[in-house]
Design a protein around this ligand. Structure first.
Ligand code: S3P
Length: 168
């Protein structure tokens, strides 16, 4: 199957890249978090606050299972989606995977006033140390399923999209 899954930490630019690729590709753009919000009629923050992370992850897995049955999609994945072996299996079985690499400092700059990420917003202020710890735990997992890994820190979304043209 020919799906293109975009993975990476919060703030790595997955959604912006999906929008940029959408302009130059025939494939359909899908945002997993937006589908979860639509299905449950609540924002991601509300889902975490009212039902907790496990409930969110269950729906995230269900939506991914459905997406992975279809072809020719650009799939913008939430940062935690590849963390379970079940989800990684679905991704590998139904397409290729682009991993957007980002430094803790770039995440901090991009998300310091963001209120929509429940895993970061419950802290009074996000510290570089907390981001680094979380990122360190995830990097190996992201790398383990990446077909293409791309640095994002010093590049515009357009530049990143251009590098990906051969893979579309
Ligand atoms: C999460 C990332 C978020 C969203 C949820 C959990 C994570 O998506 O799915 O808040 O565990 O990293 P983005 O990566 O698009 O921010």
């Amino acid at each position: 199957m020919n799906n293109l899954y975009i993975i990476g930490f919060m703030g790595s630019g997955k959604t912006s890249l999906a929008s940029e690729l959408d302009k130059i590709s025939e494939n359909k753009k899908i945002n997993v978090d937006a589908l979860i919000e639509k299905k449950l009629g609540m924002s991601i923050s509300e889902i975490f606050a009212i039902h907790g992370e496990a409930f969110f992850r269950k729906h995230e897995h269900e939506i991914l299972s459905e997406i992975s049955k279809h072809d020719n999609q650009i799939v913008d994945c939430g940062g935690g989606l590849p963390l379970t072996p079940e989800n990684r299996k679905l991704i590998k079985a139904s397409g290729r995977c682009i991993y957007l690499k980002v430094s803790p400092n770039a995440v901090l700059q991009r998300l310091k006033s963001d209120k929509s990420r429940p895993l970061l917003k419950n802290k009074k202020s996000i510290s570089i140390k907390e981001i680094s710890l979380m990122l360190d735990k995830r990097v190996q997992i992201y790398e383990s399923i990446a077909d293409i890994s791309i640095e994002t820190d010093n590049f515009t979304t357009k530049e990143i999209a251009e590098k990906l043209i051969p893979y579309l």
